[in-house]
Design a protein around this ligand. Sequence first.
Ligand code: ZN
Length: 253
Amino acid sequence: MPTHDLFLLHLGRIGRPDPATGRIPWAPVPSYLIRTVGGKTVLIDTGNPASTIGAETAQPWSDHRVDVRPEDDVVARLAQIDLRPEDVDLLVSTHFDWDHCGRHDAFGPAGTESLVQRRQLSVARGGDPRAIRALWDIPGIRYTAVDGDTEIEPGLRLLDTPGHAHGHQSVWVETAEGPVLLAIDAVARRINLVTREVPNWYADPPEAVRTIARLAALAEETGAYLIHGHETSQWDALPHSPAPFRRPEQSAN
Ligand SMILES: [Zn+2]
């Protein structure tokens, strides 16, 4: 099986104060860069909007508190591995929540092609308020709708993982460290694997629970290392770019 190079890009942290304690449960905002054996440069999500850099909150996009430094901008993270936005051949949009598509604007001038599940593109175009048009619908970006599980190259495929958002997608990638399942928000936190419960604001909670079961079984059967979308304890234990991904000695799952 061909293997691809994977980098984990740290794009800052977000959180909402706990109403009881006022404490903010900070969660990382990742994106991922894959250099394929076939020579493609694939970016998965773009993280927080540029307006969050140095800001207290993500207003006007969200009331989340933010901790985003200049080096947490996706363009700065790409520069650390000698890449510019125009070097990205494919931008995988997992879904259009503000903290996942917030820097799509950096890829408009390059005319980047973006792969998104048809269902997510259709609800976003239909005016779903979660998909803030000013963030995702960027002149120049060429959206290509994909239907369900889709292979980009052998050992690199998109997985249709709906529920958190309609048409949410995750990514399967074979690396020299073994297979990796970038669950994104299909399994945002480790607790989701334990409780098999999701927040009621998800687009389709029953479907989200079925998706968790599918990904848990897939990781179990294949030995893939599952990376959560927003799990601080896991994220902080993994090497971030410019270092390549390495699987921890003891699985953090
Ligand atoms: Zn998210």
